[in-house]
Design a protein around this ligand. Sequence first.
Ligand code: F6R
Length: 578
Amino acid sequence: MCGIFGVVGTKDNASKLVFAGLKDIEYRGYDSWGISFFTDNRFKTLKKIGFLPKSLNLVSSTLSIGHTRWATHGGVTDENAHPHMDCTNKLTLVHNGIFENYLELKNTLKNHKFKSQTDTEVIIHLIEEQLKSQPLAEAVATVFNKLQGLNAVVVSDGKDIVACKIGSPLVVGRTKNGFIIASDPNAILQHTSELIFLEDGQQVILNSSLELFDLKTSAEIKPQFTKVKWEYAGENLKDFPHFMLKEIYEQPQVLYNQIQNLENIENIAQEIKKAFGTYFIGCGSAGYACILGEYLFSQITKKHVNFALGSEFNYTEHFLTDKSLLIAISQSGETIDIVEPVSSAMKKGVKVVALTNTLGSTLYRMSDIKMMLQAGPEKAVASTKALLAMIANILLLSFAVAGKLKEGVDVIEKSVKEIESILQKKDLIQKLAIKIHKVRHIYVLGRGLSYPVALESALKIKEVSYIHAEGLAGGELKHGPIALIEKGTPVIVYVPDDETKGAILANAMEVKARGAYIIGVAAENNQLYDYFFQVSDCRASSVLPNIVFAQFLGYFLATKLGYNPDKPRNLAKSVTVK
Ligand code: F6R
């Protein structure tokens, strides 16, 4: 989603650092960008639609703030891009989030000139108005306290940078030349590892020093820097043409990482055993990992766990008690549809386990028990290695609760070998992509454990290739979707060697009889298949290599069609708005 990066310091390279910082967060997805820099006693602002250029001639300055925008209020135009200025061009502001009562507050402003259709621009004019009676930091606090919704704002008058947040991440780094503020800690790490993660309801003032306040009480808070030990995840493709491909290739190592230290798994398994009701929540691919959790727990531990999409959980959580356990799964740890239900569940005394790939993220900080996915930074927008790490952990948890953790480790090791063999024969999947890249629809069928695999496969294909793909439980075909099958429609069918085999083959026959082009992903060939891709049986962990097949297919379809799989249109890596 939107990204923020700001610098105030003693060196005159602030605007250059901001430009480089925006480049570091561009993987999160955006449609326009802008930079304000203070020079000759005034702000200059550059704004553009589309991607950041490779380099930009920027004027020297010691203070600068920039933003990558993912449009919510108002179309993608230069005027709507941030930073936004007040009527006098003396103040500049960037904003992440959605300011829900902006129309009501806009109506209180008289004689202000608006240049954009955004909610954000209202904030800077409100601050301009408030400055008539208060100094900058107080004016920003007064205005911020009136905003409804989850927001982070960073404002400057050329002397100070003032920032506040509720629900949208902001982190400050201390360097030897000053301070950096950003919405993503990874963008700061190449400059410093001394960070402060702002908490909700805090305000920070940055100039030659740093002051921290509580927004409601105005009480000063002693700043505590954390020295983080993470590595900077810069633009390093090695020899790969895209991050998506690089990250697909990293998966054997990522899975291997998951079985190195099982102490956390054992601890969380104890919590599951103790809990009166365990709920898994996630969104998108992470949501499919949660669905898989329900099947895995049922099969391996004979225990029911519940799953819900993060965005729906608030509507069905009325049964939570202080004996419930919530396992929240999120690569970014910033997805608002996870952070919000977690926070309301915590108010009911629910214990929360976070499974995330991002140290220091909002989810990581708020949860009672924290577990890192150890997948390393995921830069491509479409999730690959982080999802496999999520699934591996859920699988290990189900084996651990059943008291058979060693067996869980064995099946994961087996799947690692199988994935390595898929990496060797990816050309076969590329050939398939070349054959089917002109189609408009692809259907993916699975039953049991392969049902969430079918959902994930369809998501991977559609989000990067823009071909409509639909994942279906094989049994649901006859209840409607079979009407869409025509001569030549590709239907991917997952046929693992498990209890679903007979029934899913029957479903394949049904669509074959209507002219479908059957792509069988299975341990053994079958005369039904028009195309066969072999994935050896790895028992419960067959889901992992099966997903890798679909990742490659999505990737090759996208590249064949001329799309950049790392930055799919309209999507963002970290979904911080509802
Ligand atoms: C799909 C994808 C998304 C994310 C979803 C949740 O390839 O990447 O569906 O899985 O937006 O994101 P996190 O895991 O950051 O909460």
